[in-house]
Design a protein around this ligand. Structure first.
Ligand code: F6R
Length: 248
């Protein structure tokens, strides 16, 4: 893991948005699709805002982009304001020229046996698209990436996961109480994330300092799933001073 530390999240987000834009343009020049793995939550919001600005002010086109989001709550309706489907459209997809049929987000409305089929299909689609060129990540206080909570195996693929209590506590304000937070989610697996050619993890603020230290400096362990990233050959953590404050 290579760390880059910025004074603030705005500066770090601008650099990450520029890297994504450059990759999209490089692929465009070659007539190729650009396969992006995307995250939700507070961490990537400024990156998406900057990408929208580049689309509006600089003509950055997303016409060759195929996106795969990391996760979605289960059960969850698409038009629910707490859904990651809603979040992605609100913060990014409604404001750019991505082809709606190139947008992939795990479907929180599937039930029963259809869930397994849906997860297998998600993996298949990523492979058919040619694999993830770039994966954007945030990190949860449990050390989750996507919703790969403690205990996740390094070989895990897209699947249903039971959310950790801490994750549900952190989500409670958005859901107006922990009882309203779904207990499960569909998430890309550790192996799915690790298959990306390039990974950038965003960490902002002192709340993340402890888990960033464990992830970067601790032993690789399923108890802190983000530590698996130590084994990726092209992974950068983009941090602000707060999130980096406990690194030695
Ligand atoms: C979201 C996701 C999660 C978040 C993590 C941090 O798609 O996969 O791993 O990145 O929970 O959330 P924030 O950015 O809100 O602190």
């Amino acid at each position: 893991i290579h760390n880059i530390i910025f004074d603030n999240s705005a500066d770090g987000s601008a650099v990450v948005a520029k890297e994504i834009a450059d990759l999209i343009k490089e692929k465009q020049a070659k007539g190729e699709s650009c396969i992006l793995g995307l995250a939700t939550g507070s961490s990537p919001i400024r990156v998406y805002r900057e990408l929208v600005r580049m689309h509006q002010d600089e003509g950055l086109s997303f016409s060759n982009v195929i996106s795969f989001n990391l996760d979605e709550y289960l059960p969850m309706e698409k038009d629910n304001r707490q859904s990651y489907h809603y979040f992605m459209h609100e913060h990014l997809f409604n404001h750019i020229d991505i082809d709606p049929k190139n947008v992939n987000i795990p479907n929180g409305t599937v039930t029963g046996d259809a869930i397994i089929e849906h997860c297998l299909d998600y993996e298949r689609k990523i492979k058919e698209a040619g694999g993830l060129d770039f994966q954007l990540l945030g990190i949860g206080r449990t050390g989750h990436i996507g919703f790969n909570e403690p205990g996740s195996h390094h070989n895990s693929a897209t699947r249903v996961i039971t959310l950790d209590h801490i994750t549900r506590v952190d989500a409670a304000p958005a859901f107006l109480g922990i009882d309203n937070v779904p207990r499960r989610a569909i998430t890309m697996g550790i192996a799915t994330v690790m298959s990306a050619k390039r990974i950038v993890l965003l960490g902002w603020g002192p709340n993340k300092a402890d888990i960033i230290k464990k992830t970067v400096e601790g032993e690789i362990s399923s108890q802190v799933p983000a530590t698996y990233l130590q084994e990726h050959s092209n992974c950068t953590f983009v941090l602000d001073k707060g999130a980096a404050s406990e690194l030695t």
